[in-house]
Design a binder for this molecule. Structure first.
Ligand code: SAH
Length: 227
């Protein structure tokens, strides 16, 4: 028996208007999904587990994390929503030299995490991407060694054919980090430090994309190339 409360229960009862006997999909904290039958509705919805469901078919084993320089205003919300739909596994917000904003309060962070959860639900994902606490660029650099490939989006990188670059960079790797800079871009020093820490510089083409477009565009291209 599982008990579902809060906004999930409200959605089941008021929005979807499900009733006793209806089936729902329940996902546990290990991203294992179950089919469950509703027993009782109300503030708390009770359901019995019917069977466990196989993991999604067709999903690649690529785990893509997005390190995004915290952008101005509410643009991070766009990045979180769209990249969650496109399969990002985790978000690593960071600040660097030309970052415009430098403070993310606990309320904003909580809103980002709620958004990741609702976007994951909306697009039928069974896992919710993690959103790490924002950190400084130097701390982000130390995380690079935990990845098999780090793609550092830099508009001044040599402009090579993206398709070939990505197919080569992503062959035989699973843990990949995409790094996108702030509105003001990365400095040369930051790009050099990234390379020293094992990143490959990546040009996304001849146009300069806005910071909140870059990761979304890159994930869509990777999705198309690898699925
Ligand atoms: N301020 C810079 C551009 C910053 S764009 C300028 O005006 O020249 C914001 C971020 O998006 C960059 O730091 C980079 O990570 C990414 N980006 C945008 N366009 C890109 C491109 N053509 N190639 C690689 N990265 C790009």
């Amino acid at each position: 028996m599982v008990e579902i409360g809060g906004s999930d229960a409200r959605k089941i009862v008021r929005v979807l208007r499900l009733q006793r006997g209806d089936r729902i999909e329940v996902v546990d904290s290990a991203a294992v999904a179950f089919c469950a039958a509703i027993e009782d509705t109300g503030k708390i919805v009770r359901a019995t587990l019917v069977e466990s469901l196989a993991r999604d078919g067709g999903e690649t084993t690529l785990a893509l994390d997005v390190a995004q320089a915290v952008p101005k205003a509410r643009r991070m919300e766009f990045v979180i929503e769209k990249c969650t739909e496109l399969g990002a596994r985790a978000f690593l917000p960071f600040y660097c030299e030309r970052s415009a904003g430098r403070h993310v309060g606990s309320e904003k962070l909580a809103r980002w995490r709620r958004l990741a959860r609702s976007s994951a639900q909306q697009c039928g994902r069974r896992d919710v991407p993690a959103i790490r606490d924002p950190e400084a660029f130097d701390a982000l650099l130390e995380r690079f060694e935990g990845y098999e490939a780090v793609l550092f989006a830099w508009e001044l990188a040599p402009r090579l054919p993206l398709r070939e670059r990505l197919l080569a960079a992503l062959a035989r790797v699973e843990r990949v980090l995409l790094v996108v800079g702030p509105e003001g871009g990365f400095t040369h020093d930051e790009a050099e430090a990234a390379v020293r820490h094992g990143a490959s510089l990546l040009s996304l083409g001849r146009r300069i994309l806005r910071t909140d477009t870059a990761a979304v565009a890159l994930l869509a291209v990777i999705d198309a190339l690898t699925s």
